[in-house]
Design a protein around this ligand. Structure first.
Ligand code: FES
Ligand SMILES: [Fe+2]
Length: 445
């Protein structure tokens, strides 16, 4: 439970609010690169932290991000002509470059373009995403590289999905391993026999789904890190072993969610405004670093009944409050826990139905919500500290963001989950050794 004042700090993203000022200190996604694919092509609407903006790729390939309203008489630049290194308002023809400078006034006999600027934000493309920084220019810090800076274009796989609720509600679901024992379960899993992987080591991805189902009361342990925290949900497997799902929280808006054997795909929330959010997903490592344990993904489990999201592009929303997320009450009795056929729509239902901004004065968190509570605490305390003049945490230079990974494993006797997925994990070392060898043999060719 939070006080009403702390819930405001946690959830509000507007300019001048404590939370909004905190979030503005970090680079965040403005849009997918694929939304502005070509030079002088159509601009894209961007709404971020309550600000209405327009992204456009100019003749030289640079992406501009400028305020949407033309400073002449307010027409939307989304309808503008993207031509010759600038975006031109079609009402009277004023034109702006990527820096926001007015470079032409088509309707004025005596131009005063040199005195006209619109708000423009810096952009940086990485990993298939156009990133931006909306904070004060004097406090801008370098882009945080999760690994995308050296990723070949073919390996940049990014998508985004819209959630019709405050970003914190959507985010809470990403640091909440407990819900996969209920919300995402399906009944056919009961027929899934032990495939030999319910023993210390790495379970097959689809058998792990049975492990999640087997123990709906995971013990949550949170370990603070320089970038935020990693936490484990510790469950007992059907054969009585200890299983760990380890998710990383990277302050303030990102997670890497547990996966076998380790993973580094980033989920990054970009609040649209107080009431909605884009949830971006992107790869940070080349596929040569994937470790193939021979297991099949959980969505190939026999009887798996759900549709999944495409990995690239803007994910369509077919199921919303308006159609009750497609709930099928017959399916709820005999196929899946929710009766909802689209996997991520389970989450949309759960995180959108508390209302646009959940009133956390009415919340009752328990031991299963430790990671959620820690996330709230970190945001609220950093927002308050920033107001008192302290610097924000986990900015570029604090550490190497490329070394952060999530993980999942059935633990050996006395094995500490904290080492899994770190540079000290033998499986991680092996993957990087193979990558180095591949790079060397490529250089020899
Ligand atoms: S309103 Fe944009 S040029 Fe007049
Ligand atoms: Fe979920």
């Amino acid at each position: 439970m939070l006080t009403a004042a702390d819930n405001e700090i946690l959830t509000r993203v507007g300019r001048g609010t404590p939370g909004g000022e905190l979030l503005r200190r970090y680079w965040m996604p403005a849009c997918l690169s694929s939304e502005v694919p070509e030079a002088d092509g159509p601009p894209a609407r961007v709404r971020l932290l309550g600000e209405d903006l327009v992204a456009f790729r100019d003749t030289d390939g640079r992406v501009g991000l400028v305020e949407e309203r033309c400073p002449h008489r307010g027409a939307s630049l989304f309808y503008g002509r993207n031509e010759e290194c600038g975006l031109r308002c079609v009402y009277h023809g004023w034109k702006f470059d990527t820096s926001g400078q007015c470079v032409d006034q088509r309707n004025e006999r005596r131009s005063f373009a040199d005195r006209i600027r619109i708000d423009a934000y810096p952009t940086h493309e990485s990993g298939g995403i156009v990133w931006t920084y909306l904070g004060p220019p004097e406090t801008m810090t370098p882009f945080r590289d999760f690994g995308t800076e050296s990723l070949p274009p073919a390996e940049c796989v990014a998508n985004k999905e819209f959630a019709d609720c405050n970003w914190v509600q959507s985010f809470d679901g990403d640091v909440d391993t407990g819900h996969i024992s209920a919300l995402h379960q399906f009944d056919a899993i009961e027929q899934l026999d032990d495939d030999g992987t319910d023993r210390p080591g790495y379970p097959s991805s689809y058998f792990s789904m049975k492990i999640w189902r087997n123990d709906p009361k995971p013990l949550i342990e949170v370990n603070d890190e320089w970038y935020g925290y990693r936490y484990a949900g510790l469950r007992t497997t059907p054969n009585g072993h200890r299983h760990a799902r380890i998710t990383a929280y990277i302050f303030p808006l990102a997670t890497m969610i547990a996966s076998i054997p380790f993973s580094s795909r980033v989920i990054f929330h970009a609040p649209v405004d107080d009431h909605s959010v884009w949830r971006y997903g992107f790869n940070t490592k080349p596929s040569t670093l994937d470790v193939d344990l021979g297991g099949k993904p959980f969505w190939t489990a026999p009887g798996y009944p759900f549709e999944n999201n495409p990995p690239t592009g803007i994910v369509p929303r077919h199921y919303t409050r308006d159609n009750d997320y497609g709930i099928d009450r017959v399916a709820q009795k005999g196929i899946s826990y929710t009766g909802i056929s689209h996997f991520r729509s389970h989450d949309y239902m759960a995180t959108e139905t508390p209302g646009k901004i959940w009133d956390r004065t009415r919340e009752h968190l328990g031991g299963g919500d430790l990671a959620v509570a820690r996330f709230h605490q970190l945001i609220i305390s950093a927002a308050k500290a920033l107001k008192e003049g302290a610097g924000p945490p986990a900015l570029a230079g604090t550490g190497d963001f490329r070394t952060i990974r999530a993980a999942e494993k059935i633990l050996d006797q006395d094995e500490d989950w904290r080492a899994l997925g770190t540079d000290a994990d033998p499986l991680v070392q092996e993957a990087y050794r193979r990558q180095r060898e591949a790079a060397l043999s490529g250089a020899d060719d």
